[in-house]
Design a protein around this ligand. Structure first.
Ligand SMILES: [Mn+2]
Length: 364
């Protein structure tokens, strides 16, 4: 693609040829996203699985089907191999999409990451570089945008189901083309996907405009838990293990809960605390920030990571203790407000499109 300079100005060079060579030499490929896959993870996985499968090459994508949430409607989701059926299977390459580190892969996939060559396709700024070959661009809207470019360069066939999977990856992670991470290259990918028959209005309805009863019930509980402090600059919601149990739901049913505290006028830091039902001694936290605050600065204090304005972490403490720790960290961070100048990441010299690092769902 000759127009890279305009499409994705200022990004680091990515070695697509090395990535293609790794894939071309493989006969049995395993594809995985991060634990509890979001739309970007799931969509990227499905697209890689469909586009790289051929009579000469078996490609298996794996995840926990119970964790799909709304993106589980995708046609390719039915071909995902449940994690528990991975045991004993053999592969010669692992493709990791939208996953920032080997320990964010599902536990069943980690042994493969340890012994196989790994192609990493990711956009997390906190990526730990666990790949043999890596296509990592923290300025990309989504892993899906990078997967699209890679598959195009490989001349891999993209049918409508693969195109819709990448569409879901991009629209979920870019906030429907709204976040700063939306760049000209995002729209180029999206335009190509539309030309392959993506049903955009239908998908928008499924993902963003209709909610199952348990999602509505969890959202109601999240709203009820809304707590606003620091002169409205910080807001948080909480969903407890009991909430999930009572509505028989999971995190996948309330993926966007952090938008509730984020929607409070004047909000600068939004937090979503939730418990993973069978892990009583840890608390997950989704973090969203507005300038000048760096979401990853908060997340890394608790061993997490993500993006400049969207990050996540797992606090090794029960809910109330975790809240105390995170609130203390927020209060401490906000003691020193960075000046607008130092808060802005220095743009590379020839950037013309105003591209800024991505803003996206955590963890993930
Ligand atoms: Mn992502």
């Amino acid at each position: 693609m000759e127009s890279d300079a305009v499409q994705n100005a200022g990004r680091p060079p990515l070695d697509f040829a090395a990535a293609a060579a790794l894939v071309s030499g493989a006969k049995r490929i395993l594809v995985s996203g991060h634990l509890s896959p979001d739309g970007d993870s799931l969509g990227s996985m499905i697209a890689v699985q469909r586009a790289l499968s051929s009579p000469e090459r078996a490609v298996v994508a794996t995840a926990d089907p119970h964790a799909f949430g709304a993106p589980g409607f995708l046609e390719g989701a039915k071909d995902i191999l449940p994690l528990r059926r991975l045991k004993g299977k053999r592969f010669d390459l692992l493709v990791s999409v939208d996953c920032a580190s080997a320990d964010r892969l599902p536990p069943e996939v980690r042994p493969f990451a340890a012994k196989l060559p790994v192609l990493v396709i990711d956009h997390h700024i906190t990526n730990t570089h666990f790949g043999t070959v890596e296509l990592i661009d923290p300025a990309a809207s989504s892993a899906g945008e990078l997967v699209w470019e890679f598959l195009k360069r490989m001349d891999a066939p993209l049918d409508r189901a693969a195109a819709e999977a990448l569409w879901v990856a991009i629209v979920t992670d870019s906030g429907r083309f709204a976040y700063d991470s939306t760049r000209p290259g995002t729209m180029t990918a999206a335009a190509d996907l539309l030309s392959r028959g993506v049903r955009t209005a239908l998908i928008n309805d499924i993902l963003f405009c209709s909610f199952k009863a348990k999602s509505v019930a969890l959202k109601r509980r999240a709203w009820r838990s809304l707590h606003i402090w620091k002169n409205r600059k910080v807001a948080e919601v909480t969903v407890t293990r009991e909430d999930f149990r009572e509505v028989r739901g999971s995190k996948a049913d309330i993926e966007d809960a952090v938008e509730i505290p984020r929607s409070v006028a004047g909000n600068e830091i939004a937090l979503f605390f939730y418990q993973i039902p069978d892990r009583t001694h840890e608390t997950r936290v989704s973090i969203r920030t507005r300038a000048p605050w760096d979401a990853t600065a908060l997340a890394v204090r608790f061993g997490g990571g993500g993006h400049l304005r969207a990050a996540g972490c797992t606090v090794k403490a029960p809910l109330s203790a975790a809240k105390r720790q995170v609130r203390a960290a927020v209060a401490e961070m906000m003691k020193n407000r960075p000046s607008p100048e130092s808060a802005k990441p220095a743009p590379p010299p020839q950037v013309q499109d105003g591209t800024e690092p991505p803003q996206e769902s955590p963890g993930k």
